[in-house]
Design a protein around this ligand. Structure first.
Ligand SMILES: [Zn+2]
Length: 599
């Protein structure tokens, strides 16, 4: 029975390009799991979009001297370009700045309000009389009241690392014009998370056998120890989603409150522009659907506490208003948050250019070479490190030597000696080809990979899944070392035919096992084997118009069918001319790349 799988991937902020740490943190793991389930014939919906709101985006706009709209679109279009190049196959990658997302977010807000989970409270906030507006925390700088650093942000001091109470900042000044702001009283809506604490704890306990210990430590254990406190969910801003309450025109919904709603609103938008407006419910109002959230460790709280609280607090009410339907909204099945990837032993820092940027790296390396290193080195349970020496070493020693050369050597040898066909032997027809015990043993070992690799992928152990696949590829190399068809052919062509057929069939299966990780080269290999049906569908962009203007979305048109199964390669089948899958890298790359860092 095909399952309905929702793949929800963290929404990138529209204030910086995406680097390798972001890719391995959320986009790539989500894509690997999505591709695996699609190959298995499951119904996958993979969504995300650009987080276009919030002060990081308005600050980027101020810095670049452009309108917020221009800035968010510039980064949004860059993200789409990157995802197409590296093959992150979103069914819909949209933005939070759409009429649809505004509507869904406001509906969730109103449902929570109606259900008694919101209240208002006054607090003190810095106000600029020259700009005639309240200043968001990141717009006020001054002296840290803990360490005395002169350049502290009002909500956090970079020097001592402490989170600050904005109103305690010494000598505050506005980042807009340097003027001195004053404290004024302002009113905000709060999500009363303390009221929902039992429900959130209950939900996390139910999922605790499945979730990573690193994730539980930042969610369940923390909430059990410290409890949940109410959180303000509105801000004094003019960029973002209006608060749907009379008299609140000068405030907006807090970006973290509404960005997580994007997982739901993107599914609604996807259904609408696909011409089947009810289809989002197959994942969102369906108790048997499984929702996976791929995020970085800094966002665990929002996905394990705040978002489930919003879903449970608004669910039924939201559905009645939004879909005239009864039921519950789907809660997260797993939140396999990753740790961080560092770079050459230091924290990745965009502002210091201590980063490997996705689009820049793709001008020099093939997407599958990057995907391989980012998976085998994925920070699943602890921080990992991008090291250029290791990148070159693993590319040449594993990807090229163990897998690429195997496929290329066998296909080239076969193409030459059997005139572009899979070797034919035995009686033909429906009879299974008469193979030797060693041949059958290898094929059985590779066939078992569909369970062993599949199990790791189901559990989102992606490093282990890829290691297991590489191990299976080395089994084929060992088999060829023994059977050595390159020598066999001189004395016994029938024996060589059996060896080459066996190796080809193993490679044809490995092509599928590698496909979620290395989709571009598996697709190429699929073509070498003479297949006309591709393994994967196509990515494409579309322009959507609404009352807020137009936005570009990235989409995916899939192919149907169950492909996660062992090869049924037939003796005598026609092949296409083979070619190499991967490139060997020169060792000089290491110093060239290191010299780029921090410039
Ligand atoms: Zn400080």
């Amino acid at each position: 029975m095909p399952k309905n799988i929702l793949i929800a991937i963290a929404w990138p902020y529209a204030n910086a390009e995406i680097h390798v740490g972001n890719i391995t943190g959320s986009h790539l793991p989500g894509d690997i799991v999505a591709r695996y389930h699609r190959l298995k014939g499951d119904n996958v919906l993979m969504v995300s979009g650009t987080d276009s709101h919030g002060t990081p985006v308005t600050i980027a706009a101020d810095k670049e001297g452009k309108s917020v709209e221009e800035v968010y679109k510039k980064y949004h279009n860059g993200f789409i370009d990157l995802f197409q190049q590296i093959g992150i196959t979103f069914d819909l990658f949209t933005t939070t700045h759409t009429e649809n997302h505004f509507k869904v977010s406001q509906s969730i807000f109103l449902a929570l309000k109606e259900n008694g989970f919101l209240y208002t409270r006054n607090s003190m906030q810095w106000y600029s009389s020259s700009a005639k507006k309240f200043l968001p925390d990141r717009y006020v700088e001054g002296t840290c009241y803990i360490c005395g650093d002169l350049g502290a942000r009002s909500d956090q001091c970079e020097k001592c690392g402490n989170v600050l109470e904005p109103e305690k900042l010494i000598n505050p000044r506005s980042k807009i014009d340097g003027s001195t702001p004053e404290l004024r009283e302002t009113e905000h809506f709060y999500l009363d998370l303390s009221k929902q604490e039992p429900d959130v704890i209950n939900f996390l306990r139910q999922r605790s056998t499945y979730m990573r210990e690193t994730v539980l430590g930042e969610s369940l254990r923390k909430i059990e120890a410290e409890g949940l406190k109410a959180r303000p969910i509105t801000r004094d801003l003019d960029w973002g989603i209006p608060v749907p309450v009379e008299g609140w025109d000068d405030k907006r919904l807090y970006v973290w409150f509404e960005a997580v709603i994007g997982y739901l609103s993107a599914a609604v938008e996807w259904a609408r522009i696909s011409g089947k407006p009810e289809a989002w419910k197959d994942w969102w109002v369906n108790p048997s659907a499984h929702a996976f959230y791929f995020i970085g460790k800094d966002n665990i709280f929002f996905h394990t506490a705040m978002w489930p609280a919003e879903l449970m607090g608004a669910g039924e009410q939201f559905l009645q208003v939004f879909a005239e339907e009864k039921g519950k909204l789907t809660l997260p099945f797993d939140v396999p948050a990753n740790q961080f990837m560092n770079l050459e032993g230091q924290k990745i820092s965009g502002s210091r250019n201590w980063a490997v940027w996705g689009r820049d790296a793709l001008t020099r390396y093939d997407p599958d070479a990057l995907r391989y290193y980012l998976t085998i080195n994925m920070p699943e349970n602890h921080d990992s490190d991008w090291d250029w020496k290791e990148f070159v070493f693993r590319n040449n020693g594993e990807l090229v030597a163990t897998w690429g050369n195997l496929a290329n050597r066998v296909l080239t040898f076969c193409y030459k000696h059997w005139d572009g066909h899979v070797p034919a032997f035995g009686t033909g027809g429906d009879e299974p080809p008469p193979l030797r015990p060693a041949d059958l043993e290898l094929l059985a070992a590779i066939e078992a990979g569909f369970q062993s690799v599949g199990r790791e992928l189901e559990a989102v152990h992606l490093r282990a899944a890829l290691q297991e696949t590489i191990r299976l590829a080395s089994e084929v190399n060992k088999y060829l070392d023994t059977s050595a068809p390159w020598f066999e052919i001189r004395t016994d062509k029938e024996a060589a035919a059996k060896s080459v057929y066996t190796a080809l069939k193993a490679i044809d299966s490995l092509k599928i096992l590698f496909a979620p990780f290395l989709p571009f080269t598996s697709e190429k290999l699929n073509g070498f084997f003479g297949n006309e049906t591709p393994l994967f569908g196509e990515q494409y962009t579309e322009t959507v118009n609404d009352s807020l203007g137009e936005h570009t979305v990235l989409r995916y048109r899939g192919v149907n069918g169950l492909l996660w199964k062992p090869s049924d390669l037939k003796p005598g089948a026609k092949l296409n001319p083979p070619g190499p899958l991967f490139k060997k890298l020169e060792e000089s790359v290491i110093e060239e790349e290191r010299a780029r860092l921090g410039r």
